[in-house]
Design a protein around this ligand. Structure first.
Ligand SMILES: NC(=O)c1ccc[n+]([C@@H]2O[C@H](COP(=O)([O-])OP(=O)(O)OC[C@H]3O[C@@H](n4cnc5c(N)ncnc54)[C@H](OP(=O)(O)O)[C@@H]3O)[C@@H](O)[C@H]2O)c1
Length: 216
């Protein structure tokens, strides 16, 4: 299974890329710049002491992958999706975007389409199955490869089999994925992140997260 992480050069995407590579996926790091992607993939291979990741420009990465993760800031969400739209046809897109509105990142802000993931689905149409995940997992946790990620990953999407695929991927990356309902529920999941950022600030911590109780 080949996974592309668009924006995999960044904070959240690089930790995710390395955890997925370690979990057995073939990972392509995507970037606007092919050389930056290749350089970042080489750095990550060095950190993992292996030859697990390659780097490509975003649309080539999306075309070469079975499943695609979008890990760019909300300001880059629409232009990045437009640039890779054709390459996503028939695939699962995992949208991890939180529509933060700097500088007020600790206050819930709903974007025009109510959730970034809903905006992605509207933009891409029925040919692409959009699944929302990882919005509540801090890069401070995901990038600490020697530590377990101490939170769950809520997974929303209209196609249960696409959610299953993403939950398998989350498991391979060493985390627990939880079915959290249809893509509309991403409105609530994306909106939880500013709440966590507020908690981090108030309690002087770096990476609060969500844990679901009552499931063995
Ligand atoms: N950081 C976290 O703790 C965290 C947690 C949960 C979810 N998220 C979500 O994950 C996504 C990525 O977050 P991040 O912190 O990893 O972001 P980031 O490091 O600031 O950016 C990720 C990558 O996006 C690309 N990018 C940046 N600005 C761009 C622009 N204007 N146009 C196109 N591409 C651009 C860059 O890749 P290239 O320059 O190589 O193209 C960059 O390396 C965001 O939507 C965020 O809300 C983040």
């Amino acid at each position: 299974m080949v996974v592309a992480v668009l924006g995999g050069t960044g904070k959240e995407g690089s930790g995710l890329s390395m955890r997925l590579a370690r979990g057995g996926y073939q990972v392509i790091v995507g970037s606007r710049d092919a050389q930056r992607a290749a350089d970042r993939a080489a750095e990550m291979n060095k950190e993992l002491d292996g030859d697990y990741l390659t780097g490509m420009e975003n649309s080539a990465a999306a075309a070469a992958a079975d499943i695609v993760i979008l890990s760019v800031p909300y300001s880059a969400h629409e232009p990045t999706l437009t640039s890779v739209k054709d390459a996503l046809k028939g695939k699962v897109l995992v949208d991890i975007t939180v529509p933060l509105q700097p500088p007020k990142v600790r206050r819930v802000h709903l974007p025009p389409g109510k959730a970034a993931a809903l905006e992605a689905q509207a933009m891409l149409g029925d040919d692409v199955r959009v699944v929302a995940a990882f919005q509540n997992v801090s890069h401070e946790q995901i990038g600490e490869l020697d530590s377990e990620v101490d939170c769950d990953v809520l997974v929303c999407g209209d196609d249960p089999s696409a959610r299953d695929e993403v939950i398998q991927l989350i498991q391979a990356a060493g985390m627990r994925g939880i079915h959290a309902g249809p893509l509309d529920n991403a409105i609530a999941v994306e909106a939880l992140t500013p709440v966590l950022l507020f908690i981090n600030n108030k309690y002087g911590i770096k990476a609060s997260g969500i844990r679901i109780t009552g499931i063995d």
